[in-house]
Design a protein around this ligand. Structure first.
Ligand code: ADP
Ligand code: ZN
Length: 741
């Protein structure tokens, strides 16, 4: 239809499954105002009323036989999403094969605009009234440290970069990128400069590699201060914001400006308020977990990604984006500087250093403990378990001994630390009490009814719990399968470690921090504050307590079982174990005293453990990248996981077989796809999850473009899509996957 005089065409995106990314609607001429893009509208899609966002209001072609529907209402008086955010979302949708409507939701003030937001009017009022700013907490004083020479040098390089700004991107450039030029490896244009470089050739993207406790945070703060002084805004991304209130404190105390803190614990209203403050330019610095990436940041000047190697930067549900990778794109697109920081950089980032896309900055020395790294001792559990008494039938409190939760050396070290009034941290990567319940006569293991995983016993709540779907069951004494054997509760969890420590050290003040606790943000905060204040002697937790904490009183760190991380179905298992151990070890000896670390393991010879003991990041990375290259795994190839989730195993198998054969046809038919490969289909390691059967195919390609081509072929294959719909199945495409489960 040719739009008549009274209407005007717009393109919107809605968070509705199975509809195209862009829908064309018409808007009455009376509402056709400047700055429509980024405002919300209420529209009818099918028979549902939903909230959409205007993506485009110019040059919209509509096929003549189609009469676009009229919108119901225009909801905002001014845009709530910036053009930069829309560009970002279009990139994420394209790169990760996610529906645009699903991505754009991450930018909206209230996170669930599927229906008309109830607090919408309230939001508008707040927007017009200038809101109170969050001043930094009063209990922190602005401390000014004399920076070390290493810190000064690093900061100088960062500040010197990008003195001459890049030309801003034209629509055409963006289009070119959206059309598969991809993440961070595309030069602007043929013959143009690399996107990472500025005119004078000094790159604006940095990898700050500094051992734990080397003062990286001070560098972040200095860079942030400089950006703020230039009237630019700053984004700080950390793996888990709720667990690092300390970092927020340090930024607030030193910069003395209000901060916008975004995390999953915020209510909808709090989140809306915070997002609007950023949008209106009332607050210039945002700190959050990966979703901070989608915040409105007018005049973005700097992005900091702390712990850039951390796997929790990769989102485990739709859209399955990687916070670091998208941050690189956003920085480039908005011409901002970016600092990726880590003690143990990812192989992806190291490869980008090699390719000249990131500039490597080093902080080689620790600041506390006279620059000394903690002493790491490995305890071989194989030898120790041979000396254990034979398995008793009853499960008594002493089975901690039998399981060797605390080996002799670890127990002695804890005793010594406690005697000296020092703090101890103990790590185990599994929460709960016992890892599984097993029948001693028939061997039956209690499984989740919906997932192919065993149930974990939690003693405090006295329940068996599925860590995948959260199903709970009462524990049983007698086997439900053979009806006669007694159930044994075996394997380790953090709760059991807590029990054992309490048993061995009855006078110690003990606390536990894991995901069971983390649901309660107030509780987490108070535990961390108590730890900081020295009110806790022993803190037990999963890897979540390994991240970024700076407890000066900790002199001893114990890793109860290093092998759990090695056993994950993941080509990064070794890299992750190394990173985790190094990270964990970095928690020890951050004050005056030299720290000590004890790693208990059944695999003392494993390179991840050996090199972590020697603090040899470089050697480990060399070895690991060599083996990844040989195995043709990322970062040397571009991978994607295609997973079919169906009601029945047969459906999942059949559909994934079809997908595989379409992929093969494509690969064989095109010269430039010959080095692509598709493995599988096989049942996923987690073959059943929440009642669905899962089969997957692992796709590897030499480039982003070839991978995108193959994925598009599947997405656009009508026969496959029809079959998926008919069988009520789902195809999950995970681009740059982490866990291959
Ligand atoms: P990282 O982020 O690399 O782990 P931090 O920035 O947390 O390191 O620094 C480790 C500790 O050293 C912190 O307690 C910090 O306050 C202190 N620190 C950092 N820089 C300096 C400095 N220049 N002088 C004195 N102490 C410093
Ligand atoms: Zn389950």
């Amino acid at each position: 239809m040719v739009p008549n005089m009274q209407t005007h065409l717009i393109e919107i995106t809605v968070p509705v499954n199975g509809v195209p990314d862009l829908l064309t609607y018409s808007i009455p001429a009376s509402l056709h105002q400047p700055y429509l893009v980024g405002r919300r509208v209420c529209v009818n899609v099918g028979h549902r009323k939903v909230v959409g966002v205007i993506i485009n209001d110019q040059n919209i072609n509509c096929p003549p036989q189609v009469t676009p529907r009229m919108i119901d209402a225009l909801l905002d008086e001014s845009p709530v999403v910036t053009q930069a955010q829309i560009d970002l979302c279009r990139f994420v949708a394209e790169y990760y094969f996610s529906p645009l409507g699903e991505v754009i939701r991450l930018c909206l003030p209230a996170n669930t605009p599927r229906n008309l937001p109830k607090d919408f009017d309230a939001d508008k009022k707040k927007k017009s009234r200038k809101s109170k700013t969050d001043l930094p907490p009063e209990d922190v004083t602005a401390t000014h440290l004399e920076l070390t020479n290493d810190q000064k040098n690093v900061i100088a390089v960062i500040l010197a970069a990008g003195k001459i700004p890049l030309p801003t991107f034209s629509k055409g450039d963006l289009e070119a990128k959206l059309n598969g030029e991809g993440l961070i490896n595309s030069p602007l244009k043929k013959g143009g400069r690399g996107i990472f470089s500025t005119l004078d050739g000094s790159p604006s993207a940095f990898l700050l590699q500094g051992v734990t406790g080397s003062g990286k945070t001070e560098v972040y703060i200095a860079a942030a201060r400089a950006a703020l002084q230039e009237n630019k805004s700053v984004m700080v991304m950390v793996p888990e914001i709720a667990l690092t209130p300390q970092l927020v404190h340090r930024f607030a105390a030193q910069l003395q400006v209000p901060l916008a803190v975004l995390h999953s614990g915020l209510s909808k209203t709090e989140r809306s308020k915070t997002m609007l403050k950023l949008l209106n330019g009332e607050v210039h610095i945002a700190i959050g977990a990966r979703s901070v990436l989608f915040a409105p940041m007018p005049k973005l000047g700097l992005i900091i990604v702390d712990e850039e190697h951390d796997q929790s930067l990769k989102q485990d549900g739709n859209p399955r984006y990687h916070g670091r990778d998208v941050a690189l794109w956003r920085a480039k697109h908005e011409n901002a500087k970016i600092i990726l920081g880590s003690a143990t950089p990812s192989l992806e980032s190291l490869l980008n250093v090699e390719k000249g896309k990131l500039k490597l900055l080093l902080l080689p020395e620790r600041i506390g403990a006279n620059g000394l790294m903690p002493h790491v001792e490995i305890v071989d559990l194989k030898l120790r378990s041979q000396h254990q008494p034979s398995r008793k039938k009853d499960r008594s409190a002493s089975d901690g001994q039998r399981l060797c939760i605390l080996s002799g050396p670890l127990k002695e070290a804890i005793a010594l630390a406690l005697q000296n009034g020092e703090q101890v941290m103990l790590f185990l990567n599994r929460r709960g009490y016992a890892a599984f319940a097993l029948c001693e006569s028939c061997g039956h293991i209690m499984q989740c009814a919906h997932c192919s995983t065993s149930l974990t016993y939690h003693q405090k709540s006295n329940l068996l719990r599925c860590h995948q779907c959260d199903l709970v069951r009462p524990p049983l004494c007698v086997c439900p399968s053979c009806q006669e054997g007694q159930m044994l509760y075996l394997g380790l969890g953090t709760e059991r470690v807590e029990n054992e420590v309490a048993l061995c050290f009855p006078d110690a003040k003990i606390a536990r921090l894991d995901r069971d606790m983390a649901r309660n943000h107030t509780k987490v905060k108070s535990i961390l504050a108590d730890m900081q204040a020295g009110k806790i002697d022993v803190l037990i937790g999963t890897q979540m307590i390994a991240k970024g904490h700076d407890f000066k009183g900790v002199s001893l760190v114990g890793v109860i079982l290093a092998d759990t991380a090695l056993a994950m179905p993941d080509f990064r298992a070794s890299e992750r174990t190394f990173q985790l151990l190094t990270q964990v070890a970095g928690r020890a000896g951050r004050g005056e005293n030299l720290g000590k670390v004890i790693i208990q393991t059944f695999n003392p010879e494993h390179p991840a453990i050996q090199f972590a003991q020697k603090h040899n990041v470089k050697k480990f990375n060399e070895l690991e990248s060599e083996s990844r290259k040989l195995a043709m795994q990322p970062p040397y190839v571009r991978a994607a996981l295609l997973r079919v989730e169906s009601l029945t195993d047969q459906d999942a198998e059949r559909i994934s077989q079809e997908i595989k054969s379409v992929l093969h046809q494509q690969i064989r038919a095109h010269q430039q796809l010959l080095s692509c490969s598709a493995l599988g289909p096989v049942p996923a390691p987690m073959a059943r999850l929440r009642g669905k059967s899962r089969w997957h195919i692992y796709l590897r390609a030499p480039s982003i473009e070839t991978r995108a081509h193959l994925l598009k072929t599947i997405k656009q294959n009508e026969a496959i899509q029809k079959e998926i719909k008919r069988s009520k199945s789902r195809l999950v495409i995970d681009v740059d996957p982490f866990l291959l489960m």
